[in-house]
Design a protein around this ligand. Structure first.
Ligand code: APR
Length: 262
């Protein structure tokens, strides 16, 4: 049976009803939500890794072996990294980001976990936000976990040192092989314990521990609502899998909720 537009509208209405009757709604977003802001995804059609191959899975160990060189490369990126940082640097939040901020303001979304480091959810106004893979505008101490705005850290001596504990500073973005910062991880676990309904938007749901949080909610009988252009790893576990660009589908979901609330 083809998945017609009217089926999708029905599903959006039913998903809206599910969100309104849920006790504690969370969301997990990935690269797909920033595609309409001009930032390519990593995997699948048009993905950076699809085009250039996956980066080394031991990025963090490479950083620790020669932090000065890693910093110099970060400050003067080449190849796929150059594309990432140039597109991220000039991107603006899109209707999908704004819809998640509105869902929070409507009192429905209790916590948004994003895998994106692009700062766009924050700029769209999301406050109950966990950036599980960090934020590219911040610099973090790998000893005391303190974070500083990148613009406030002098970079004439590399690697820079933490003004609080003299520990080594690194971009806040989490490298492959690097442990997720404890404050972010703790927040994800404690919020997930309260959650009974999870929106999963613009992610292939293949990277852990991020993908484990909606799975944990599904395992305890909660509901998953997916928004994705294509099927993903988690689609079979979702009660609703809404097909389309998140910048189009999310505003429709908000409109359906407002209609039901009237
Ligand atoms: N709207 C909705 N979904 C989209 C859109 C769009 N416009 N465009 C692409 N997608 C979907 C794709 O179908 C895919 O399922 O978004 C997903 C993007 O998946 P990935 O590229 O794997 O990105 P993500 O899930 O965020 O990757 C997780 O992997 O590479 C690491 O650290 C990186 O945070 C990242 C993590």
């Amino acid at each position: 049976m083809s998945y017609s537009a009217s089926n999708q509208d029905d599903d959006i209405r039913r998903a809206a009803q599910t969100l309104l009757s849920a006790r504690y709604v969370m969301a997990l977003t990935g690269a797909g939500i920033s595609v309409e802001s001009g930032i390519p995804p990593f995997r699948g059609p048009g993905g950076l890794w699809t085009k250039y191959g996956e980066p080394p899975m031991n990025g963090y160990q490479i950083f620790l072996q020669n932090p000065k060189k890693a910093w110099e490369e970060r400050l003067n990126p080449q190849g796929p990294s150059k594309i990432i940082w140039e597109t991220v640097g000039s991107a603006e939040p899109n209707a999908g980001h704004h819809a998640f901020a509105e869902l929070e303001k409507m009192g429905i979304l209790q916590c948004l976990i994003t895998q994106n480091v692009d700062n766009l959810h924050k700029r769209a106004g999301s406050q109950k936000l966990v950036e599980i893979h960090g934020n590219y505008t911040l610099i973090r101490c790998i000893e005391c976990n303190s974070r500083y705005p990148g613009s406030e850290v002098p970079l004439h001596n590399l690697p820079p040192q933490c003004p609080k504990c003299n520990g080594m500073l690194k971009s806040d973005t989490v490298s492959f092989g690097e442990p997720i910062p404890p404050d972010a991880l703790d927040a994800c676990y404690s919020e997930t314990q309260l959650c009974d309904c999870f929106i999963v938007a613009g992610t292939s749901a293949t990277v852990y521990p991020a993908a484990s949080f909606p799975l944990a909610v599904r395992q305890k009988g909660g509901t998953l609502i997916e928004i994705n252009l294509y099927e993903s790893e988690i689609t079979p576990l979702c009660q609703f899998s809404l097909r389309g660009p998140s910048a189009e589908v999310m505003p429709k979901l908000i409109a359906a909720i407002k209609e039901l609330r009237q």
